[in-house]
Write a protein that binds this ligand. Structure first.
Ligand SMILES: [Zn+2]
Length: 59
C-alpha cells in the first residue's frame, strides 16, 4: 500500500515528504543527505519517520 511519509533528516533535522514507493533515491533538500532508497517496492528509510499518511508498516 502506498502512502506518504514525513521523514526527518538525521543530518540537519529538515522534514520532508517522501512517497513510500519512490523509484529514485530521495535526498534532503537542505543538505543532500539520503533520506530514502528505492528497493523495487517500499523505500528503505534512512531518516526518522515522524508521520505517515495512510497505512504503513515500518521496518
Ligand atoms: Zn538534511
Amino acid at each position: 500500500m502506498s502512502c506518504f511519509l514525513r521523514i526527518r533528516c538525521p543530518s540537519c533535522g529538515n522534514e520532508q515528504l517522501v512517497y513510500s514507493h519512490a523509484s529514485r533515491v530521495v535526498r534532503c533538500q537542505i543538505c543532500d543527505e539520503v533520506l530514502a532508497e528505492p528497493t523495487g517496492g517500499k523505500v528503505r528509510i534512512k531518516g526518522q519517520v515522524v508521520y505517515a499518511f495512510g497505512k504503513v508498516r515500518e521496518g
